[in-house]
Design a protein around this ligand. Structure first.
Ligand code: ADP
Ligand code: MG
Ligand code: ZN
Length: 197
């Protein structure tokens, strides 16, 4: 009966470096669903409360209501049966269980849109986004504007010193950089007052 199956379920990833418009694009999609009165739920990891606890907010100050959840299990439990579209921002801050949760939601006919960093500041794959890219029907790779030269910003450059993988939303801690301007040796500089806000 292969032609009678429901193919509404769908996974889409919006990835790219910081400042590439991932949150903007996610907010645009979620907002369109709301306008169309399609039941939609939006989630974000609980650790990310840089701008607002109950909203996804882009660097350009677009915003949409979102539920903070601590784990992929919590996300799954928070899903309403009636929900047709699930938006997830900052997917790289979720546990690896997000991959199975997303698979399961898509298998049940929901459309999942996940935004997140595909690489960390050393250009290493950033899980679970990397695996989600492999599982998704559609992957949108976004480019930022290189903060240094204006070229195609593909990487996230850390510009302050830290041994932590995540320096969360520290003002001026990151820049988007193109292939030519990315320099993993660079963070030796102290905070340079490059703080663009
Ligand atoms: P992301 O979620 O990928 O970090 P956002 O959607 O929050 O990105 O923000 C994208 C917006 O950030 C752009 O529309 C623009 O207004 C602003 N912005 C600031 N710096 C840059 C940059 N270097 N390249 C592109 N957009 C930038
Ligand atoms: Mg974002
Ligand atoms: Zn550059």
């Amino acid at each position: 009966m292969m032609f009678r199956r429901n193919h509404d379920g769908w996974v889409e990833v919006i990835c790219g470096p910081m400042f590439s418009g991932k949150s903007e694009e996610l907010i645009r999609r979620v907002t369109r669903s709301k306008i169309a009165r399609i039941p939609v739920q939006t989630f974000k990891p609980r650790l990310d409360d840089r701008f607002s606890a109950n909203e996804v907010v882009s660097h350009s100050s677009l915003r949409v209501e979102a539920t903070p959840v601590a784990t992929s299990d919590d996300l799954l439990r928070a899903i309403d049966d009636a929900t047709e579209v699930v938006g997830i921002d900052e997917g790289q801050f979720f546990d690896q269980g997000l991959v199975e949760v997303v698979d399961q939601l898509a298998a049940s006919g929901k459309q999942i849109i996940i935004a997140g960093l595909d690489t960390d500041y050393l250009r290493r794959p950033f899980e679970p986004i990397s695996t989600l890219c492999d599982r998704a029907e559609v992957v949108n790779k976004m480019l930022a504007v290189c903060h240094k030269c204006g070229g195609p910003g593909m990487y996230t450059q850390r510009i302050v010193n830290s041994d932590d993988l995540v320096v969360l939303g520290a003002q001026g801690a990151y820049e988007a950089r193109c292939r030519m301007c990315y320099d993993p040796e660079e963070p030796e500089q102290p905070e340079l007052g490059l703080d663009a806000g």
